[in-house]
Design a binder for this molecule. Structure first.
Ligand SMILES: Cc1cc2nc3c(=O)[nH]c(=O)nc-3n(C[C@H](O)[C@H](O)[C@H](O)COP(=O)(O)OP(=O)(O)OC[C@H]3O[C@@H](n4cnc5c(N)ncnc54)[C@H](O)[C@@H]3O)c2cc1C
Ligand SMILES: *[C@@H]1O[C@H](CO)[C@@H](O)[C@H](O)[C@H]1NC(C)=O
Ligand SMILES: *[C@@H]1O[C@H](CO)[C@@H](O)[C@H](O)[C@H]1NC(C)=O
Ligand SMILES: *[C@@H]1O[C@H](CO)[C@@H](O)[C@H](O)[C@H]1NC(C)=O
Length: 495
């Protein structure tokens, strides 16, 4: 191509782009937001505050909140998605905390994990000796501390990153990492229970310490309010969308049951198509669907996203964390100070390992929560709830051999991984992805912008990560729409 023609083409493109933006002036550009989870709702709020009020939020399900979701379980609303405000009482204020604890006053409970040593059950029943268990916990924490020190010495680019398991080997001289049942369950509690993937997978540099806790504080508060943790998202939406007298969002800018299947984009605008055949035009689109959804073929991009973008999406991990609630006709487990959390030390790592009882949260409901992750989550999602119930009964009868353990009367097994609108529960930073590749997850592609917890600069995987990512991604769009700064700078690989 001759240089003059190339220049002419560039000029022509620039004119088209400018003309379409000028046409939208006055009312401001039109922005379609895909998804009404906390990040999409937060992005919409930020855009509205910047005067971009012509937004249209298309949500696949019949409700707002996404992965913040309550469900009625045998008479009480429990959280099948996010449950804790994580990172409280530190140097900076977690932005979710004042909404939960002051504005909405959602009922919440500080989770105290200091008593675990007295609550670790042997595979065949009975408790481990507390002093012995405490030694193992202290040792694991010491290894974690030296991991933090090591992480602080690594190049910020991520080129020297290693897995948490590699760090443990460095400290422990154990070829396979923690391997006795009690070592394994403590390890599972420390890492898998937080990141939903094993230490072999998780990046040391981006997890130890997690910025959520080093910035906002080490405390976590469990939300147990009948209005649901999702009311945080309703509250944010109510800041800029019309609500009815009953408090529900009633605004033409929020459309439920709209499954986005296709996004066409060009230098002049975007066209979004939904499963029911509707077609929407806008100047920009902001995609907040989960990383798992982006890894699937639910949304087709036309033209296809560039290779760097696709690779960033494929290299990052969508983890699975499953909260199984079970109800009994009566209690048979210990209660009282320091008994809330208990562990089952199976020879099979992560087999129904982490238990929580709710005498404070849901008194008299006789409900227990057991959490599984990763491969166990995928296995359990694919089997019948009856099968899961039977496995749980066997585990509990093993743990409490002398006790009369009655049959489970109700069971709730969320299936986030099988759900095509989620395909997992939250993102986890795997070994091998550097900061540069992570930034590409958020980087816009032309007029297509991205948000969601997986794009959060420092807090991927969390509610506050979704909330802050919505603000950050909206700011990137605002810069382009309002100030014509459309080039998004992704840091160099080794910056
Ligand atoms: C089981 C579980 C436990 C968790 N525990 C915690 C916790 O204790 N503390 C914490 O801080 N975080 C926790 N998290 C993480 C937290 O819930 C998420 O990080 C956060 O809610 C994600 O918000 P989001 O807006 O990025 O994504 P989402 O909530 O997934 O929102 C995206 C929305 O897009 C919609 N969508 C998807 N595809 C389409 C489509 N094609 N067209 C239209 N709409 C579409 C979805 O229905 C969804 O509503 C947990 C998550 C889960 C699932
Ligand atoms: C939460 O709110 C209650 C009631 O206002 C207050 O007493 C408490 O200190 C708050 N908790 C934190 C950790 O800020
Ligand atoms: C919001 O409510 C007002 C007053 O009821 C109504 O006039 C307006 O059309 C509503 N806006 C949208 C976008 O639904
Ligand atoms: C589960 O098992 C019970 C009896 O234990 C039976 O009545 C019920 O039909 C089973 N449900 C399914 C879905 O298999």
């Amino acid at each position: 191509m001759k240089p003059t023609i190339a220049i002419a083409l560039v000029l022509a493109l620039a004119v088209v782009q400018h003309a379409s933006l000028a046409a939208g002036a006055g009312a401001g550009p039109r922005v379609i937001i895909v998804g009404a989870g906390i990040s999409g709702i937060s992005a919409g709020k930020r855009l509205s505050e910047a005067g971009i009020t012509d937004v249209l939020i298309l949500e696949a399900t019949d409700h707002v909140g996404g992965r913040m979701r309550k469900e009625n379980f045998a008479g009480v609303n429990v959280e099948v998605g996010a449950n804790w405000v994580e990172g409280v009482n530190g140097g900076k204020m977690n932005p979710i905390w004042p909404i939960v604890n002051s504005t909405l006053k959602l009922r919440n409970f500080h989770s105290d994990f200091d008593y675990l040593a007295q609550n670790i059950y042997k595979e065949d029943g009975g408790l481990y000796d507390e002093a012995e268990a405490q030694k193992i916990i202290d040792r694991a924490n010491k290894v974690g501390d030296s991991g933090e020190k090591l992480a602080a010495t690594l190049s910020p680019s991520g080129r020297d990153d290693l897995s948490i398991l590699a760090m443990q080997r460095l400290n422990n001289h154990q070829p396979s990492g923690p391997s006795s049942p009690v070592d394994m369950v403590v390890d599972y509690f420390l890492y898998d229970y937080e990141f939903a993937e094993p230490p072999r997978v998780t990046s040391l540099q981006n997890a130890v310490p997690a910025k959520t806790f080093s910035d906002f504080g080490g405390d976590v508060y469990f939300v147990a309010d009948q209005r649901g943790y999702e009311s945080v998202v309703h509250y944010l939406a109510g800041q800029y969308l019309n609500t009815s007298k009953s408090g529900d969002i009633a605004d033409a800018r929020l459309q439920l049951n709209k499954v986005v299947r296709e996004i066409s984009y060009s230098s002049s605008g975007v066209i979004v198509k939904t499963e029911d055949g509707s077609v929407y035009q806008a100047d920009y689109v902001m995609v907040s669907a989960s990383l798992g959804v982006l890894q699937s073929d639910l949304i087709q991009f036309k033209p296809q996203l560039p290779k760097w973008k696709i690779l960033a999406i494929y290299e990052f991990d969508m983890a699975v964390y499953t909260k199984i609630f079970v109800k009994f006709p009566k209690k048979f487990w210990p209660e009282g100070q320091g008994r809330e959390f208990f562990l089952y030390a199976s020879t099979k790592r992560g087999y129904y390992a982490i238990w929580q009882e709710f005498e404070k949260q849901y008194p008299d409901a006789n409900v227990l929560l057991v959490t599984v992750t990763d491969e166990e989550s995928r296995r359990i999602e694919q089997q019948s709830d009856n099968q899961t119930k039977a496995e749980i009964m066997e585990v509990l009868r093993n743990m409490f051999p002398g006790k009369d353990v009655p049959e489970v009367t109700d069971i709730l097994v969320p299936r986030w991984w099988s759900n095509r609108f989620y395909k997992g529960t939250f993102s986890n930073w795997p070994i091998g992805v550097n900061r540069y590749e992570f930034d590409q997850l958020r980087a816009p592609v032309g007029r297509v912008y991205f948000t969601g917890e997986h794009t959060s600069e420092f807090y991927n995987g969390y509610v506050h990560g979704g909330y802050l990512a919505g603000i950050d991604s909206a700011d990137i769009l605002i810069n382009c729409a309002r100030k014509k700064v459309c080039k998004y700078h992704v840091k160099g690989k080794y910056d």
